[in-house]
Design a protein around this ligand. Structure first.
Ligand code: 5GP
Ligand code: ZN
Length: 135
């Protein structure tokens, strides 16, 4: 399963070069070309799924298990102080490559990478609206 216009499919086919850290039948882990921090890597399924909604559950589970093993490996190897797993779906969420991927971002004290959000507040009306819309 490939998409001819997809940059990650091209990487997986070797048409675009990449630095591969790991590979098995279903996944590759490569270094991000525009890293947030030292060692920022991407877990990418070999089949083309545009986002999390298209990912079969078994593949999703595997991607998280790989993130656990490889996230810890990166943290230990680079003496990082923390680890972010980031997974974007849709333009509004910051997705730029429409082939599912899971970011492994080692974090370092004082690395200057911004927080994803500033905490807001949850009103009683919002709480009610949320619960009603999910009912
Ligand atoms: P998104 O914003 O979709 O969650 O993340 C896409 C990521 O893919 C970005 O962090 C970007 O730096 C990375 N990326 C885009 N093109 C390439 C490429 O050609 N090679 C590699 N290694 N990473 C890429
Ligand atoms: Zn693709």
């Amino acid at each position: 399963m490939r998409d001819a216009n997809c940059v990650f499919c091209k990487i997986l086919d070797g048409v675009i070069p990449s630095t591969k850290l790991y590979e098995d039948n279903d996944f590759a882990i490569i270094l991000d070309i525009g890293p947030a921090t030292f060692g920022h890597a991407l877990v990418i399924p070999k089949n083309h799924y545009a986002n999390i909604y298209e990912m079969p559950e078994e593949m999703l589970s595997k991607s998280i298990c790989l993130a656990k093993v490889w996230g810890e490996k990166l943290v230990k190897a680079f003496h990082a102080d923390g680890l972010n797993l980031v997974q974007n779906n849709g333009l509004a969420a910051g997705q730029t490559v429409y082939h599912y991927h899971l970011h492994l971002i080692p974090r370092y004290d004082g690395d200057g990478v911004g927080d994803l959000w500033t905490p807001g507040s949850l009103s009683d009306e919002q709480r009610k609206e949320i619960l009603e819309k999910l009912a």
